[in-house]
Design a protein around this ligand. Structure first.
Ligand SMILES: [Zn+2]
Length: 410
């Protein structure tokens, strides 16, 4: 699912944050074979509520499922802020306590607490009334791990709170409630599938575009929390297995086969006609790529480009999306995957591969349809269906044909 939602992108553009990284919706169709398949304990012993003044929030009662989300932050260290901050070591004993602000840094495989005490390689920290991790508020509990001098901060989040937060970033608040519900089920299904095949022994998903964007639980609007509540515990299954519920902003008229997009066929991720996303602001789009930018992209793709740069679509998938491009200049010619070109040019500029590219007067005129990889659920299509009266189950059945939606624990 990994793409900047239109809404969030709009906010970034409006706020003048043009340098914000491009996002692309999650595409976890084929996890790397190297990914360890360690199944975490659903309630993560060691992070369950402990005695003392740190009181668990009502959502963290026994039986609540958690997802472990790696927060971005770099390697230099992590700042925790809270009225009271407590941290427990791997042995479950209280290791440190502070008020206000704590700076943590990794020293080899150990964690330095506030520039002085050297503690073990992992700490479970919680705050009262709340914990701020770096700039992120509303992360009630966090596990910190020192790994070869790098400090990893892993938020331990109740899964329903995670779903509401993800939907708040992936959808627009003006979406119909049934469309938000469909997205909540897709986001939850993705999370449950990811937790069964964690990215790393220490965390299930990352907070960024590689999985689903997570910005903490603070300030999530009521419409998104309600979408999670209405669909609490529901997931999408195919043949009894958790489905790979990828989604995107706008398909532009027809969704894409997973096989065409990523080289791996998935029975319920097949191209579907979609006539419900026509009111999306990116149903049709145009990007005029300056000549200098075209040369930069060509160079990034291995073709040192001069004035004679040529870019041509050499192949398309059955749904009309570009699959291969030829880039040539100065006697050097290279054929690249169209997806590589899109990544190099920027996901928010070349919004989809359903595009044409034509040189016009010193620039490249790129016209296209839709935003995102096009696989799975079309969000604007889901919204169009909901406005026509469809419920979230009907929406999910259309974009993930052959699947069924039911409780997480059948
Ligand atoms: Zn669509």
């Amino acid at each position: 699912m990994k793409f900047l939602s239109l809404f969030a992108a709009g906010i970034l553009v409006l706020s003048g944050c043009a340098g914000a990284p491009s996002r692309e919706p999650a595409q976890r169709v084929s996890p790397p074979a190297s990914r360890p398949s360690i199944v975490p304990s659903p309630t993560l012993p060691g992070i369950t509520p402990r005695p003392g003044p740190v009181v668990a929030s009502p959502s963290e009662v026994t039986g609540t499922r958690f997802i472990r989300v790696l927060l971005p932050g770099g390697t230099s260290g992590v700042v925790l802020e809270g009225e009271t901050i407590r941290a427990w070591g791997a042995d479950g004993r209280l290791a440190a306590e502070a008020s206000g602000r704590v700076t943590l840094a990794a020293v080899g495989e150990r964690i330095r607490w506030n520039g002085s005490r050297l503690l073990g390689e992992s700490l479970d920290a919680a705050g009262v009334p709340d914990l701020r991790v770096g700039t992120r508020k509303g992360t009630a509990r966090v596990r910190l791990l020192a790994r070869k001098g790098e400090l990893l901060a892993v938020a331990v989040v109740p899964i329903e709170a995670y779903v509401a937060s993800v939907v708040s970033r992936e959808a627009a608040p003006r979406f119909h409630p049934e469309a938000l519900s469909a997205l909540a089920v897709a986001a939850r299904t993705y999370a449950v599938g990811a937790a069964a095949k964690p990215r790393d022994p220490a965390y299930d998903v990352v907070a960024g575009v590689e999985d689903q964007v997570f910005d903490g639980m603070d300030g999530v609007a009521a419409v998104f929390r309600e979408a999670a509540d209405r669909t609490r515990g529901l997931v999408v299954r195919y043949g009894g297995e958790i489905a790979q519920t990828v989604y995107h902003s706008t398909c532009g008229g027809r969704t894409e086969d997973a096989g065409s997009a990523w080289g791996k066929d998935v029975p319920y991720l097949r191209a579907q006609l979609c006539d419900d996303c026509a009111d999306s602001p990116v149903y049709r789009w145009e990007y005029r790529m300056p000549d200098a930018e075209g040369r930069r992209v060509a160079k990034a793709l291995g073709v040192p480009a001069g004035k004679d740069l040529r870019i041509a679509v050499m192949g398309r998938t059955p749904t009309g999306r570009a699959s291969r491009l030829r880039i040539s200049s100065g006697g050097v010619s290279r054929e690249v995957q169209a997806a590589e070109f899109r990544r190099a040019a920027g996901y928010a500029k070349v919004r989809s591969l359903k595009m044409e590219i034509v040189p016009v007067a010193g620039e490249w005129r790129i016209t296209g349809e839709g935003w995102g990889h096009g696989v799975g659920m079309c969000q604007f299509g889901a919204n169009g269906m909901a406005r026509r009266g469809a419920g979230f189950r009907e929406i999910l059945a259309r974009y993930y044909p052959g699947t069924e939606t039911n409780g997480e624990t059948p």
